[in-house]
Design a protein. Structure first.
Length: 238
């Protein structure tokens, strides 16, 4: 069983490296395309062909429910590389959805389906790809014997970026500082309080502390015999 588990983890790491390699290739292509803009001396009468959703759909790889996150990243890279209009993203994406993703799409309103950001958030939520998942992936990464330190650093950077992006803190120093403080604060909470606080989605450390104090105050009112922060074992107050 131990050998099978090691082999499974090795295959997962290998698949992740392949996916990251493909994404890196796409990013390089985007950079090259932006480095060589259209010839400014070209005749003004020359116009680009009209955008066609059906043609764009054919450029997107097959949707997979096993790795929705990577699919969406690939989708956005291809859309940027081919200069898809942002307002057409949702129309292109919906043509590829299957299984649970298609069910999520049908349950959204027409207006929500037209907004790519809303549709993307709903899909990630349905497949449990939430900010805390990114955080745990980043904190849980370890170098395998088969990879170089450069490859390991690349995986670290990728997961760290995804975590910060999911919290809107990648390019905001203030949000980044608050995120780091909140993580440390969260690590010192009792199990039940920590899970409850994640569900409340506090926007900053100040809001998180107020919610935590309210939680403890309510528990004390329900159980007058509780002093300070009660310990929780397997969901049972002690």
């Amino acid at each position: 069983m131990l050998l099978e588990e090691r082999e499974r983890k090795r295959q997962e790491r290998e698949q992740e490296r392949k996916q990251q390699f493909e994404l890196t290739k796409l990013e390089l292509e985007i950079s090259r395309a932006s480095a060589f803009p259209a010839n400014p001396s070209a005749p003004l009468s020359v116009q680009s062909p009209p955008f066609r959703v059906e043609a764009a759909i054919k450029l997107i790889p097959m949707f997979t429910e096993h790795d929705v996150e990577t699919f969406l990243i690939s989708f956005e890279k291809i859309a940027e590389l081919n200069v898809f209009p942002r307002e057409k993203y949702a129309a292109i994406l919906q043509a590829h959805l299957t299984g649970k993703a298609l069910k999520v799409f049908t349950e959204l309103t027409v207006e929500e389906c037209r907004d790519y950001s809303t549709l993307k958030a709903a899909l990630l939520q349905a497949y449990s790809i939430v900010p805390d998942v990114y955080r745990k992936r980043f904190r849980g990464l370890s170098k395998s014997h088969a990879e170089t330190y450069s490859e390991f650093a690349f995986r670290l950077s990728t997961q760290f970026t995804r975590w910060l992006d999911s919290k809107g803190a990648y390019s905001d120093v203030g949000l980044l500082k608050d995120l780091m403080q909140r993580e440390q604060f969260q690590s010192n909470l009792e199990t039940e309080l920590g899970i409850w606080l994640i569900d409340q989605k506090p926007k900053n450390l100040s809001e998180a502390t107020k919610l935590a104090d309210q939680f403890v105050a309510v528990r004390k009112a329900e159980r007058p015999d509780i002093k300070g922060h009660a310990k929780v074992f397997c969901g049972v107050w002690s």
